[in-house]
Design a protein around this ligand. Structure first.
Ligand SMILES: [Zn+2]
Length: 169
């Protein structure tokens, strides 16, 4: 489970803001004790990180299930409701986001959309684009890069866009 915060575009100032999931999900076997503000959902311990703003409501399914974008039914949807911290506005508020539409790091090149979770991820993507010898098996974090953007024809354009964004954010 990826627990690092997502970077979203602040709806007030347009700068990068951080989105935090309101719950931490940990496999039961890894925890010696169930922490305070926690619930057990099948084999997963769900910890409420912001219990004043977000209470856990157990989805109506016994086995933990995380819904993908566009998927309906019972389960928990990641990247939707959480706390958003904008350093520029100095606000920390409960919000609902649309992911990946609200992603701060996103580019469209020749109709192909590239999205990074946060600055670290954007840097990883840039590093990969600039490698002269790329490993044939992409790390999971890099599998979301649309293949056409990795071709010799487009990689320079993509790299320069990502590089520019990182330098100017
Ligand atoms: Zn802001």
């Amino acid at each position: 489970m990826q627990n690092d915060p997502l970077d979203v575009r602040c709806s007030d100032c347009g700068k990068a803001a951080q989105f935090f999931e309101p719950f931490r999900f940990t496999c039961v076997v890894r925890l010696p004790d169930v922490p305070e503000h926690s619930h057990v959902w099948g084999r997963v311990v769900v910890e409420e990180l912001f219990p004043e703003q977000f209470k856990w409501h157990q989805p109506d399914c016994k086995k933990p299930k995380f819904l993908q974008p566009g998927e309906t039914g019972e389960g928990y949807r990641l990247n939707e409701r959480g706390m958003v911290w904008c350093k520029a506005c100095k606000t920390f508020e409960a919000k609902t986001i649309s992911w990946p539409e609200d992603a701060y790091w996103q580019w469209t090149v020749k109709g192909h959309k590239l999205v990074a979770r946060n600055r670290d991820h954007a840097e990883q993507i840039l590093g990969f684009l600039q490698e002269s010898q790329r490993a044939p098996n992409r790390k999971p974090a890099l599998r979301g890069i649309p293949t056409p953007l990795l071709t010799r024809r487009l990689q320079d354009e993509v790299s320069s866009k990502v590089e520019y964004a990182l330098a100017n954010a």
